[in-house]
Write a protein that binds this ligand. Structure first.
Ligand code: EPU
Length: 343
């Protein structure tokens, strides 16, 4: 096995943070990973590196999951079942689906990262979450090296959340994800305002998967920085959910606060809650577009923290903490960091 010594991880995380891996190995098959697990258990996994902030050198063996391959398991007139290995690029997979007219993930175009990590935070954008297309996640149990299968239900998906961030965190290495997509009668989701506007501007009335994917790409490019040019990890915080009382207090002071209403589940008697965009809160607190030397808050989307060059992970983390404190003082809301901070 080819273990490299002292390797910079700058090109392996979309924040572009330069930390050192004492030992590093790139893995391209499940078999290779199983062999490795027989002799190494203290691992630090990295795949697309699109949802992590590295703040220090890594002492554990860094394992780059680079297992490639896409296969069609079965299909019928209306649906196709596809298994994708963990190291495939998410966006390249979306493009391949759109080209083949497989529907369900077109709204998730241009999300950075690899397929193997998409279930961990249940990636979502423009009214769609990946959980609605996942049928199965396969993973190696680190302790035993056994291949285990998680059904959609077992993944316990929630908003930017799953079992892989909670009960089984650090216990498994995802090796492949299986999807069920549509071949016709696609359930197009254009309800997210910006998509409709983008399609209307092109006078598209009956959009194809490609039209939607293109619209999402245009919207994302207009708001979100390209990690190849400016280091970032997408949304740094989750959008907070607040009580009706708290929401009304904020609305009283800021009548234009954007919000999504969250109705209580089923016939439970709970109160309606409100999800407020963290980007709006951060903008109100004056951080949008603020630059502090090598790092800062993106000028077009305040939810995104950026590395302009040689920032350290710690600098970005400290900025995030400062933003959290300010939002707590100003709005009484405790923001939750979405990115995985490696302290
Ligand atoms: N807003 C502001 N100022 C900002 C940013 C946003 O006022 O700086 C307001 C916008 O005007 C709008 C609202 O906030 O009224 C929502 O903004 P946007 O549509 O950009 O979405 P978001 O809630 O900020 C979420 C996801 C994104 C995803 C978009 C589109 C989270 C944490 N983020 O952002 O996901 O692309 O919706 O669906 O849920 C990611 O997870 O990395 C990510 C980029």
């Amino acid at each position: 096995m080819n273990i490299q010594q002292n390797k910079s991880l700058k090109n392996y995380n979309t924040f572009g943070i330069s930390v050192n891996a004492k030992r590093f190995i790139s893995i391209d098959s499940v078999y290779q990973l199983q062999q490795l697990l027989k002799v190494e258990k203290d691992l630090f996994l990295i795949s697309g590196g699109s949802n992590m902030l590295l703040t220090k050198d890594i002492k554990e063996l860094v394992v780059h999951i680079n297992i490639k391959g896409i296969s069609i398991d079965k299909e019928n007139e209306n649906e196709v079942f596809i298994t994708v290995n963990a190291g495939e690029s998410w966006h390249e997979f979306v493009v391949w689906c759109v080209e083949n007219n497989y529907g369900g993930i077109e709204n998730l175009s241009l999300i950075p990262g690899n397929v193997g990590t998409c279930p961990i935070q249940n990636i979502g954008a423009y009214g769609v979450e990946v959980k609605d297309t996942i049928t199965k996640v396969e993973a190696l149990e680190i302790e035993t090296g056994k291949l285990v299968s998680f059904s959609n239900d077992e993944c316990n998906f929630g908003y930017r959340n799953s079992i892989f961030k909670n009960e089984v965190k650090g216990k498994y290495i995802i090796t492949s994800v299986s999807f069920k997509l549509t071949k016709n009668k696609h359930q197009l989701n254009t309800s997210y305002g910006a998509i409709d506007v983008e399609l209307a501007s092109k006078e598209i009335e009956k959009p194809t998967l490609k039209n939607i994917s293109d619209a999402v790409i245009t919207i994302r490019k207009s708001k979100l920085p390209d990690p190849k040019k400016i280091g970032n990890s997408g949304s740094f915080f989750k959008n907070p959910v607040v009580s009706k009382k708290q929401f009304l207090k904020i609305k009283e002071a800021n009548s234009k606060v954007p919000f999504y209403e969250i109705k209580p589940l089923g016939d439970s008697k709970g109160d309606v809650e409100y999800k407020i965009p963290a980007g709006w809160l951060i903008e109100q607190a004056g951080f949008k577009g603020k630059r502090f030397g090598n790092y800062g808050v993106h000028e077009k989307q305040a939810l995104v923290l950026v590395n302009y060059g040689n920032a350290t992970g710690l600098e970005i983390y400290q900025l995030a903490e400062k933003i959290k404190q300010t939002i707590l003082q100003k709005f009484g809301i405790s923001l939750e960091i979405e990115v995985n901070i490696i302290l």
